[in-house]
Design a protein around this ligand. Sequence first.
Ligand code: ARG
Length: 459
Amino acid sequence: MTLWGGVFSQGLDHSAWNLNASIDIDKRMALEDVTGSQAWANGLQGAGIISPDENQAIQTGLAQIFEEFKSGNFLYKENDEDIHTAVERRLGEIIGKTAGKLHTGRSRNDQVATDFRLWLMNQLPLIEHSILILQQVLVKRAETDFGYILPGYTHMQRAQPILLSHWWLSFFWALNRDRQKLAYIKKVSSSLPLGSGALAGTAFNIDREKLAVDLGFDAPSPNSLDSISDRDFAIEFLSFSSLLGIHLSRLAESLVLYTSAEFAYFKLADAYSTGSSLMPQKKNPDIFELTRGKSGVYIGNLMGLLTTLKGLPSIYDKDLQEDKHYVFSSFDTLVLTLPALAGAVETLTPNAQIMLENIDSSMLATDIADFLVKNGLPFREAHHVVGQIVQYSMKEQKGIDLLTKEELLKFHAAFSVITPDVLSATKSISNRACTGGTAEKAVKQQLKLAKDQLELLFV
Ligand code: ARG
């Protein structure tokens, strides 16, 4: 039986039933649905709508249903349109007619919005944990790879030498911003819809403040109409997932390049690469490629729900039933991707020798300019002088670090005080010692800050 059959003289057509039913999706919120009902029944007793005995019967029945869901023994029936119907139907089977009192003063509209928020709040710690693991891996990499020098690129052209640890930690901070957003998602999720009825509020004297406390929400929603139609929390989660997915994708893309034979900065572990059915020699970076590929899922889900919401008249519209699919999909994809990526990063073997060989001396051009600046030249002039030196070194096919003092003096008299140690990748790195720079000293400070962040949980 449906929860709404009274006014109808004909049942739903099969095709309409199939389109309308949401049980396959909202099964995932079964425990939250029962928890919401347990609190609601207490609220009904508090408002004097049901007696303590009736509440006791309802609580006993709901506790049994909770166990059935948990153990996987709950039997769904063909007519279970959605999770709310399934729970109420089962409650009736267990405790009889009193079950019919549970839905007093509430609607599936406020119920589903409550279930969904509760579900998301319950899952946020798992997402936070998975991000944290990847952050820990990045910190570990930054520690074990400390001292290795990596060519830093801009425009994918060789730019300046950097510490590999500095590079690893650059992804740490992006992930940290993502992780911090979870606190905000929790906050916007934590406004309780229950007690808003179908749209206008409930006609019974329910203590919604107590209801909010009982269900672990910050407070009851201040406007029933907004509360029924608000899916901002879902959008925030999907938007968070999209940007996180993009961060993961950029890390993954870099590692697809760096594990290729052309770069060969890292070797993939066998446990995180797959072979080709045709080419026996292949070891493919599938985990990085899939991480990159999955970013499309998160963005697609965000676009999907934004599009569903756009143009909906207030207040509840059945289109809103589409919301859960998007959130579940992004959630599942993150839970699948983050651990595999963490493992793949953790097990990479760096090749410090090749990284160093790829630092060519032109990457020290800025350091020569900085030397001239320190010896009194305006930077613009120094930039020009060094440009000419680079041109000369290319013509002579001689690295700028190999030019003699005599050759340099042809370009500027300030080179009279140059010493051989000015031009090296190590020196270039250690010069950049201000906060946030790539010098050993600065990266050590950064590592400490990063480790402090690992101690913090945001949800
Ligand atoms: N299954 C719906 C959803 O997920 C909730 C039920 C609302 N049904 C209704 N007839 N108002 O949004």
